[in-house]
Ligand binder design. Structure first.
Ligand code: SF4
Length: 553
């Protein structure tokens, strides 16, 4: 600040991660967007929560404090799916889980309130705030909690992808304009805005499973970036006002986000405390798109990033790759070319964009014929990246949807040839999650026919290319609706068809604001109302996992 000649920043962002200057880290992206728009920004990472020393290190902001728990919800980061405390943290210098408090968003906001003069409002953002923005089931306290805006006593919450709303908010505050009609935000009000529907209140959803389910459906409808409307939710004598979502970015807007230059390094202040493990995977990776149309019930990506995919232009990605090549530490390998699901790059649906298809799912039970699922564009992109001077290897490390490849008859084969020959770093990730139809239905995951078709194609092409590389399968245990007998069936399926001992088996974590979490909370299927088996006992959850991972056959 001294060398920049700043007396104080306009915005101070506080994060539960180390400060990593990378396009993969939300707080860095928001910071760059604000700086690019002419604002002075400071970032405070993992402040000491027992004193005012760290939090006041940059003084008070002229416009607002921005608070995020970091790249992962702090409770997910701090506890395993069976609620044991995690020892390590990939986003903390030195790797020990010693710096991120439980419920980081609330703790940091309290810290600001306690030590600052209270002249600037507190704005929440990031995944923890975003998915806890309305009443939600909290697995760690086994209760339905209020919107985090009430619990944190913050002023505004930016939900979803925050860089454009953060800039708009800063501009409105600078010019003294009211921000309360801004899209992409929530705030607390004594009154419900005119024209806003009211979803079941916090008190109602605590008292009734039906009301909680109804609230959840309304929340999902309101989250549609094309047609979602504002709504509010009463909490006692006040309202949580939820404005419509920020619109899906255009290709040009997403390109602009990635046009900023990042150090791709941990800030020296944090690096002095040790290496940050997350850097190993993100330092030389490229994000090609945002959003996921898969909408698996257990996943929050489509709620947070959007259910429509927005892709960068090839030129923007190539430009970033050229910058990677020029990085002093780059050794010739691009670690990942991907997004939430790598092979959704360039896919789109005009009906999704227009908001004329609301309730159908794009990939369940099978890929929708209305979806442009061509892999032609991404096969071309992989070729261009692989041929760039200075690039020896360009890998796809993010998982792919095998069902999309199989459904793309004209171009899926060509994409696979390119992928298998040049872009697999030994293992390619797939996430079938299960094989039992009733469990897959609860997850909104496709059946296994396409999995075997894909496996055969991969094996054939790998042999032809003379390579030694494998498929890695991800499975999920103890999802609502899944019993130990289902896991036994899954093990038999894996033995018979895949002939592996799976290593990537996770126990389902009921993260805030997903349909699977709603099932976990209510014990019912939210669409049919049918009662379903829910495994709540940590030992039996572990047993479900062990059925797959035990070595003996
Ligand atoms: S038409 Fe098909 S691909 Fe398009 S939004 Fe609807 S379900 Fe998805």
């Amino acid at each position: 600040m001294n060398s920049l000649g700043w007396d104080r920043p306009d915005v101070i962002l506080v994060t539960g991660d180390a400060y990593i200057d990378s396009p993969h880290i939300g707080v860095a992206v928001v910071g760059k967007a604000l700086v690019n728009a002419g604002f002075r920004v400071g970032i405070i990472s993992q402040p000491d929560t027992n004193s005012g020393t760290d939090i006041l290190g940059l003084g008070e902001p002229a416009l607002f404090w921005g608070v995020t728990g970091g790249s992962i919800d702090s409770m997910v980061a701090n506890y395993t799916p069976v609620k044991k405390r995690r020892k390590s943290d990939d986003y903390t210098p030195g790797g020990m889980n010693t710096r991120r408090p439980d419920r980081a968003v609330i703790v940091y906001t309290n810290l600001i309130r306690r030590f600052s003069q209270g002249t600037a409002p507190v704005v929440l953002g990031g995944i923890e705030a975003s998915l806890r923005r309305i009443a939600h089931y909290d697995f760690w306290s086994d209760s339905i909690r209020r919107s985090i805006l009430f619990d944190a006593k913050a002023d505004i919450l930016i939900y979803g992808m925050g860089e454009y709303p953060a800039v708009e908010l800063a501009q409105r505050m600078t010019s003294g304009r009211d921000y309360r009609d801004m899209r992409g935000i929530c705030f607390i009000s004594r009154d419900s805005p005119a024209g806003y529907g009211e979803i079941p209140s916090y008190e109602d959803v605590c008292a009734s499973r039906d009301a909680f389910t109804e609230m959840f459906h309304a929340f999902y409808r309101g989250n549609d970036q094309a047609v979602g409307r504002g709504f509010c939710q009463r909490h006692s004598d006040r309202f949580l006002v939820h404005n419509p979502p920020w619109p899906t970015l255009t290709e040009q807007e997403l390109d602009a986000v990635h046009a900023h230059v990042y150090e791709r390094e941990v800030h020296p202040h944090d690096l002095a405390r040790g290496q940050v493990k997350a850097m190993e995977t993100i330092r030389f990776s490229l994000t090609t798109h945002r959003g996921c149309m898969g909408r698996c019930n257990f996943c929050s990506i489509s709620v947070h990033e959007g259910a429509a995919v927005v892709s960068r232009s090839e030129d923007s990605i190539i430009e970033e790759a050229v910058r990677l090549v020029g990085h002093p530490q780059f050794k010739g390998t691009i670690q990942d070319i991907g997004g939430p699901t790598a092979n959704m790059y360039g896919m789109r649906c005009t009906r999704k964009a227009a908001g004329t298809c609301r309730d159908r799912r794009c990939l369940y039970p099978a890929p929708c014929p209305g979806l442009d699922m061509s892999h032609r564009r991404q096969a071309g992109l992989l070729r261009r990246l692989g041929a760039l001077p200075g690039v020896r290897k360009a890998f796809v490390a993010s998982g792919i949807r095998h069902d999309l490849v199989c459904a793309d008859t004209p171009h899926g084969g060509d994409y696979m040839e390119e992928l298998v020959k040049h872009h697999v770093s030994g293992q390619l990730k797939l996430a079938p999650e299960h094989c039992v139809p009733a469990v897959l239905e609860r997850m909104a995951k496709p059946g296994c026919d396409s999995l075997l078709e894909f496996r055969d194609l991969f094996t054939r092409l790998t042999r032809r290319a003379g390579k030694r590389q494998f498929l890695t399968y991800y499975f999920l245990a103890a999802h609502p609706g899944c019993t130990e007998s289902d896991m036994v069936l899954l093990r038999a399926y894996i033995d018979r068809h895949l002939k592996i001992t799976p290593e990537q088996v996770q126990i389902f974590t009921p993260t805030p604001s997903t349909y699977s979490t709603l099932m976990y909370c209510t014990g019912r299927d939210p669409f049919s109302g049918e009662p379903i088996h829910v495994e709540r006992d940590p030992r039996r959850k572990q047993r479900q996992k062990d059925i797959l991972t035990r070595k003996e056959r």
